[in-house]
Design a protein around this ligand. Sequence first.
Ligand code: UDP
Ligand code: MG
Length: 317
Amino acid sequence: MTHTPSTQSPHISVVVPLLNEEESLRELYEKIASTLREAGKRYEIIFVDDGSTDGSFAVLQELHARDASIKVVRFRRNFGKSAALSIGFQEAEGEFVVTMDADLQDDPAEIPGLIHAMGDQFDLISGWKKKRFDPLSKTIPSRFFNFVTGKVTGIPIHDFNCGLKAYRREVVKEVNVYGELHRYIPALAHWAGYRVGEKVVQHHPRKYGHTKFGLSRFFKGFLDLMTVLFTTRYIRRPLHLFGGWGIFSFLLGVAIDGYLSVEWILGRTSLSNRPLFLVGFLLIIIGIQFISIGLLGEMITRQDRGEQTYSIRETIR
Ligand code: UDP
Ligand code: MG
């Protein structure tokens, strides 16, 4: 089976991050390739070997020898799924980029549908594993995670962490995925002004191997949510985040202590037996501290004006 390399750039780039998935790779490749050939699409498949210690890389070399539309990037050690996606995004040349997990839990047959769903209205379509084939220990925390993330980010999608997503090229070239922020790509894209949609996709139980993420993913996930909020939404206006709470706390403290002071002046109470006085005092101090932190944040922000904070859809000259 030979695939003649085309001189034109590919229409679809499929990016597959993987860590120790040797049993799945051949079957995965066959499915992706046959789906895209049937759909008549020029494609490239970019496998990113995230420091596998099994035979994954040997399998990838073998596949690469068979099909010239395969690219393989191999990390020196395990750097994590976000890093793997990030290099895959850099390598991608297609007009559309599709990411999927390597463990056959995501179905390659969904690729054309995801791209079709983008139509003219969307720049990113996120898969939604409506019917999941995972253990309850994973699906229940995941529901909670998705609920909170949806509320906090204000994006109405159900499954942030789905490995199967389709993007327009511009999105992956611009969104900066690092740390473990791959869970928040829809949020990062949304804040940059891209239009994020969702499509229900077929999900399968893991056939070989085991999951590479433990329960700790959910705790890390929430810490990452804070990082995402701080570094994207508020990075240009830290005083809005801290100052609001600071002013609230300060004013509440002033009101409480003001009221107690009036009582004391009128001789109705003695401040020494009113613990509420200390609460007011504390609120005033916390308020001032929050406002100061916000101002410090503003000063730091002013230092690096260079970084681009906007996203241009088109320019007509
Ligand atoms: N993966 C990776 N690097 C890691 C962990 C996972 O490239 O450090 C890959 C893994 O091989 C798979 C995908 O990310 O292709 C999703 O991982 P997994 O199936 O273990 O996660 P789950 O389905 O349990 O969320
Ligand atoms: Mg999986």
